[in-house]
Write a protein that binds this ligand. Structure first.
Ligand code: ADP
Ligand code: ADP
Length: 228
């Protein structure tokens, strides 16, 4: 089944820049798609349109058959989770509360249920013992794992990653990539903008190459990396 479908999508920024040009792209359920291409080619814009952080001007984006433009903000948040380069955690809330807030507000879970689920997910990302700390007391790699756990709170259909390791020190990149790899292997549908070519080669089902706002190529990793 098609998890995300772009049909004839175009986007212009207010300054006239044509950021997305005639995008037609299908992502199947359970696929991990890595989006690569030069800086400024539209990768971030592309994934930000999937959860309507960026509006589009023509065409349609559908999540499991439902156009994004027809979904209210709340259902979109439930169905599409996003992980940012800069973590976007609430620094004045404890780690545990960063997870429960979204679930209570967006999904209407009661506090006890939200905390139980949050602890389960923190355990899963290896951070149960950090639940009562503030994000600033954690390393960058740990903060990004918290951010990933937070997106899993609502069990979204699609996970978006916008350069999730670009702000991390080298020694912390591996722990985040390994968590992303686990998610891919368990059959999550993921769209990832990343420069980590090892991840693209080993984990991606498809690699999308963008240039000047267009999708130039979409193919499995074997087509991009000749050497076995
Ligand atoms: P990438 O993620 O591949 O680096 P982006 O999607 O961030 O590319 O940007 C695509 C193009 O759109 C770039 O030329 C960038 O400068 C431009 N751009 C991004 N955001 C805006 C904006 N808010 N207003 C105008 N231009 C933008
Ligand atoms: P990131 O690397 O985290 O995407 P950027 O520096 O590309 O950060 O963009 C920071 C913010 O500025 C984003 O909200 C982006 O949409 C916006 N932006 C990026 N390029 C432009 C541009 N050429 N004109 C106006 N805004 C832009």
């Amino acid at each position: 089944m098609t998890a995300v479908e772009f049909t004839d999508v175009n986007k212009w920024y207010d300054n006239g820049l044509h950021a997305l040009r005639d995008i037609n792209l299908s992502v199947n359920t359970g696929e991990t798609v890595v989006i690569c291409g030069p800086s400024g080619s539209g990768k971030s814009t592309l994934i930000r349109t999937v959860n309507a952080l960026e509006p589009i001007d023509t065409g349609q984006i559908a999540i499991a058959g439902t156009p994004v433009q027809m979904m209210d903000r709340r259902s979109l948040r439930r169905r599409v989770g996003m992980v940012f380069q800069s973590f976007n955690l609430f620094t004045h809330f404890k780690v545990l509360d960063n997870l429960t807030l979204a679930a209570e507000h967006v999904a209407g879970l009661d506090q006890a249920a939200a905390e139980a689920r949050a602890m389960q997910l923190l355990d899963r990302v290896g951070l149960a013992d950090q639940a009562q700390k503030y994000p600033g007391q954690l390393s960058g790699g740990q903060q990004q794992r918290v951010a990933i756990a937070r997106t899993l709170m609502l069990d979204p259909d699609v996970l978006l990653f916008d350069e999730p390791t670009s702000a991390l020190d080298p020694e912390m990149i591996a722990e985040v990539l390994s968590l992303m790899e686990d998610l891919a292997r368990e059959g999550r549908t993921m769209l990832c903008v990343t420069h980590e070519m090892g991840f693209a080669r080993n984990v991606a089902d498809q690699i999308v190459f963008m240039a000047h706002g267009s999708v130039i190529e979409k193919a499995p990793p074997a087509a991009f990396f000749d050497n076995p």
